[in-house]
Design a protein around this ligand. Structure first.
Ligand SMILES: O=C(O)CCC(=O)C(=O)O
Ligand SMILES: [Fe+2]
Length: 287
């Protein structure tokens, strides 16, 4: 049994100070320093316009492929019946597999996590216009610890914009510095929670009181930027996004890297593991 450093999904909401470093390798640049302090790092134009065109065409292809739509990897918007997310894109698409191996991407993940890394999860979030729903406030690590069995906070996400992220079309919001505190959520995890939670989060949701405290202490930052820009964020950063009622889609690709030294064990607070297309069990390092 691995010790549970981050209790969650019990009878009460509990606060635990972070037990782990934020940057596991040497903090050797201003970028890493700011990542350590804020829990995120925004990179303007991580990939070029030409590359964006390639990845965006691939996103469109995946979303419009009836076989992909019917696959369990696709999550459908309850209201509009549009595809909301497609998981494991680095496995079902050579194009996205190449993005994962790109040094600008995996290199930074290795630097932050101080080791070789593997992909715990990848997905495209389409967020089409005219009413795509947002993602309620959460810490990804809370779910990955409770439901996927990641023992420590040694995991980092990158969100790469494939359409322009305006301040109006449902961009990512993060509370800077929130990554230093773990908020264990109240409430048991239902069996097959993931099916519902990917459309609308329920278990693993912070209380209004806790969110107010966090927001008062840390503030809220909204990420905007041209297509090709990226946001790196720590696994325990409190984040979310609003609905997209504009006509302009806000489509991103997310890649979640985990340290090979932090491989998943059994879930810490769920009756069953989630499927592997959501929480990988293949710990082969990238590259
Ligand atoms: O893309 C967004 O709006 C946020 C997505 C997110 O936080 C998640 O899928 O875990
Ligand atoms: Fe998230």
């Amino acid at each position: 049994m691995t010790t549970d450093l981050y209790p969650t999904r019990g009878a009460f909401e509990v606060v635990t100070p972070r037990q782990d470093p934020v940057v596991w390798g040497p903090v050797s640049s201003p970028e890493l320093e700011s990542f350590e302090r804020d829990g995120f790092l925004a990179v303007d134009r991580l990939i070029t316009e030409d590359e964006v065109a390639v990845y965006r065409a691939e996103l469109d292809r995946l979303v419009h492929d009836p076989a992909i739509r019917a696959d369990e990897r696709s999550i459908i918007e309850p209201q509009t019946q549009d595809v909301r997310s497609v998981f494991e894109v680095h496995r079902i698409s050579d194009v996205f597999a190449k993005l994962v191996r790109d040094e600008r991407v995996v290199g930074r993940a290795r630097e932050i996590l101080g080791s070789d890394v593997y992909v715990h999860q990848s997905r495209i979030n389409v967020k089409p216009g005219f009413g795509a729903s947002g993602f309620y406030w959460h810490s990804d690590f809370e779910t990955w610890h409770a439901e996927d069995g990641l023992p420590r906070m040694r995991t980092v996400s990158v969100s790469i914009a494939l359409t322009e992220n305006f301040d109006t079309n449902g961009g990512l919001m993060i509370m800077p510095g929130s990554h230093r505190t773990f908020l264990g959520c109240a409430g048991e995890t239902p069996k097959d929670n993931y099916k519902k939670s990917l459309q609308m989060q329920d278990a693993g949701t912070p209380s209004d009181e806790a969110l107010t405290k966090f927001a008062d202490a840390h503030g809220i930052r909204l990420f905007t930027g041209a297509a090709g820009s990226a946001t790196w964020f720590d696994c325990n950063a409190m984040h979310g996004s609003g609905d997209n009622i504009t006509p302009y889609p806000r489509s991103n690709v997310f890649i979640v890297f985990n340290s090979v030294e932090n491989a998943a064990v059994e879930p810490f607070a769920a009756p069953v593991r989630r499927p592997e297309f959501i929480g990988a069990r293949d710990f082969t390092p990238v590259g």
